[in-house]
Write a protein that binds this ligand. Structure first.
Ligand code: FAD
Length: 592
């Protein structure tokens, strides 16, 4: 199996050269000191952690999985995970983008996303333990009382404790209005939480001594819908050292991420504290979910990068058949399979999707920092609109493509991909869940058409289109303006269709949602590729010695426009096809 190598050069290209991120970040009061030296050094160190600490445990963690002990109701993570996590936490990585007020380093969120990408390339299962904790930190920072923050944030941020998100129950996944877990007020101001949650990531494990569960539950008099959900903090171990009655009832046996514990959690009158207002739990949870969704997008990207490295390494070594244009390795019994057009198609599809997705993700992450901290309220608002609009796109498209890239990568390996020797079948299995949790990708598409297009009466989407349009106008001489313009027009036509038909009939918008999201993503990627090509061409014109790196960027942009962006035609047609052919079937007619 190929050893993972963090794509630092490409990360730096996107971050620094294309997005000019250091300049943007230095305009924020909290990041004035954040420069190239610091950013570069942190990324290099993170790459070492990913390559040398996380990656060596990926395959063994998959094979061994987590072990549940029914007597003690405890879970043991795979061998090596506890020590690796300890090293990670002691290195300060859990605190990277957290508030300095509670011991965090206050570095940019986008930097944290970049680190996350590397960790998830190296070992998604291990990366999930600190990953989920971040959601808990965000929710507590945004909605917790000062007392709860002071009590719990420092240890979550230092990585001494981890956090969970407890939403799902047997009868309720997407539809959180169906939650049955109950919270009953106690005389001391706390609540007794009772109920069963399922599929809880990191619900129980031996990496740390305490786990803080963020739990959605209903108060006795709550409305019987999503409007009646409240959020509670429920520690595994209470302040006095006693064990709170929240126990793991078992582990799920699952397709992938076997080193990540996925637990049934039984709350047996466990003591908890309200976070935010009563019945406002969903709003608080969305604080967690928005950044968590971007992080899941990074998981997709990370896996795609790993798969690409494995499949490229294999393809360069594997000798089969001769090139159709004559032998390329005449001294060998056959040519490497990289000579064959169809293998190149699989490899290049991965390469251009990964690099385009990376640009879109960092672009979104950078705006998250601007939204948090820019001194001008209007700029904050615009950045926040953009992040809200692009979050479902990043989550769904990057995870769809994470799986697609892993799958294409496996195809490049042929039978060797299907066996366990090269580790790519694990990536196919591991990546599949990213399309499901944190809201399925179908639900992300509904979020985009149902909520985000209407944000501020269409303000968010209008301002995004204006941003792309403004770039096209000021780069009118560059190579891909026509291609991006034409995709943008198709996206605007699709948006118009969704807005007008969706207003008359919500099922029309829902029927269009998934192809619409993909059209949105491909158009955005086309813009990113056009931007990357402009930078690459400039560098070559200025005589950069990195002719291979920048030359490959131009060829990749060509590939994207000629072989991938063409999909927008069929996506627009699918959007316009509306609900008719979907809803025409009666239940009986579904039968084979
Ligand atoms: C490994 C793993 C880890 C997980 N970790 C956590 C965790 O840490 N915390 C937690 O709370 N949960 C966790 N989950 C649960 C996960 O978030 C849910 O599986 C997910 O939200 C989908 O819910 P569901 O599986 O019940 O699917 P359902 O809600 O039953 O949906 C089934 C299908 O119907 C579609 N669907 C449902 N409603 C609609 C609708 N209104 N419109 C269109 N389509 C719809 C969905 O898109 C999906 O394709 C985890 C799950 C797994 C497998």
């Amino acid at each position: 199996m190929a050893n993972y190598r963090a794509p630092l050069r490409d990360m730096q290209f996107v971050f620094d050269e294309v997005l000019d991120a250091y300049a943007t970040l230095q305009s924020l009061p909290s990041q004035r000191e954040f420069g190239n030296d610091l950013g570069g050094a942190i990324l290099e160190e993170a790459a070492k952690v990913a390559e040398n600490v996380f990656a060596p445990l990926n395959s063994s963690g998959d094979k061994q999985g987590c072990q549940y002990d029914p007597l003690t109701k405890t879970v043991k993570a795979p061998d090596g995970f506890r020590a690796a996590y300890k090293q990670f936490a002691e290195g300060g990585w859990t605190a990277l983008a957290c508030s300095p007020e509670f011991g965090g380093q206050g570095l940019p969120h986008v930097l944290n996303m970049m680190v996350e990408e590397m960790l998830c390339s190296a070992n998604l299962s291990l990366g999930m333990y600190p990953g989920l904790t971040h959601g808990a930190i965000n929710a507590l920072t945004a909605h917790g009382t000062r007392e709860l923050q002071e009590q719990y944030l420092p240890k979550l941020i230092s990585g001494e404790w981890t956090g969970t998100m407890c939403l799902t129950e047997p009868q309720c996944g997407t539809d959180l209005g169906l939650i049955r877990t109950r919270a009953v007020g106690q005389t001391d101001g706390s609540y007794a939480i009772s109920g069963t949650k399922i599929w809880i990531t990191g619900g129980e494990h031996d990496l740390v001594d305490n786990i803080l569960h963020l739990v959605l539950a209903k108060l006795p008099d709550a409305p019987d819908s999503v409007k009646g959900i409240s959020l509670f903090l429920v520690p595994k171990v209470l302040n006095d050292g006693s064990r709170n009655p929240v126990f793991c009832g078992g582990l799920e046996h699952k397709m992938g991420i076997k080193g990540s514990s996925t637990c049934v959690m039984n709350f047996e009158g466990a003591q908890g504290w309200l976070i935010g207002e009563a019945n406002q739990g969903l709003r608080c949870m969305f604080t967690m979910m928005n950044s968590a969704r971007l992080m899941v997008g990074m998981q997709g990207l990370g896996i795609a990068q790993s798969a690409y490295q494995i499949s490229l390494g294999f393809a360069r070594e594997r000798l089969q058949s001769r090139s159709l244009s004559g032998p390329k390795a005449a001294d060998k019994p056959a040519d490497p399979i990289t000579v064959h057009p169809d293998v190149r198609r699989n490899l290049l599809r991965q390469k251009v999707m990964i690099e385009g997705c990376r640009a879109l993700a960092y672009f979104t992450g950078l705006h998250q920092d601007v939204a948090h901290d820019h001194p001008d309220a209007e700029v904050c608002q615009q950045a926040d609109d953009l992040v809200q609009l692009l979050t479902p796109v990043v989550k769904a498209f990057l995870t769809d493509e994470g799986f697609n890239c892993a799958n294409s990568g496996l195809q490049v390996l042929g039978g060797s991909g299907y066996t366990e020797d090269w580790g790519i079948e694990q990536l196919v299995r591991d990546s599949r869940i990213t399309m499901i949790y944190e809201g399925t990708n179908g639900i992300q598409a509904l979020d985009l058409v149902g909520r985000k297009l209407g944000l501020g009466g269409g303000r968010a989407v209008r301002s995004y289109f204006a941003l792309v349009d403004g770039w096209l106008k000021s780069n009118a001489d560059s190579a891909y303006v026509d291609a991006v313009r034409s995709a943008l027009v198709q996206l605007q036509q699709a948006t118009q269709w969704v807005a007008s038909e969706g207003l008359k009939d919500a099922e029309q918008a829902a029927a269009a949602a998934t192809p619409y999201l993909r059209l949105f993503a491909l158009t955005s990627l086309a813009w990113m590729w056009a931007r990357m090509a402009v930078v690459a061409q400039d560098k070559l014109d200025q005589g950069s010695p990195e002719t291979q790196f920048y030359g490959a960027k131009l060829k990749s942009a060509d590939f994207f426009m000629a072989r991938i962006l063409t999909e927008t035609d069929s996506l627009l047609a699918e959007v316009r096809a509306g609900k008719a052919t979907l809803m025409a079937f009666s239940d009986e007619e579904f039968a084979a």
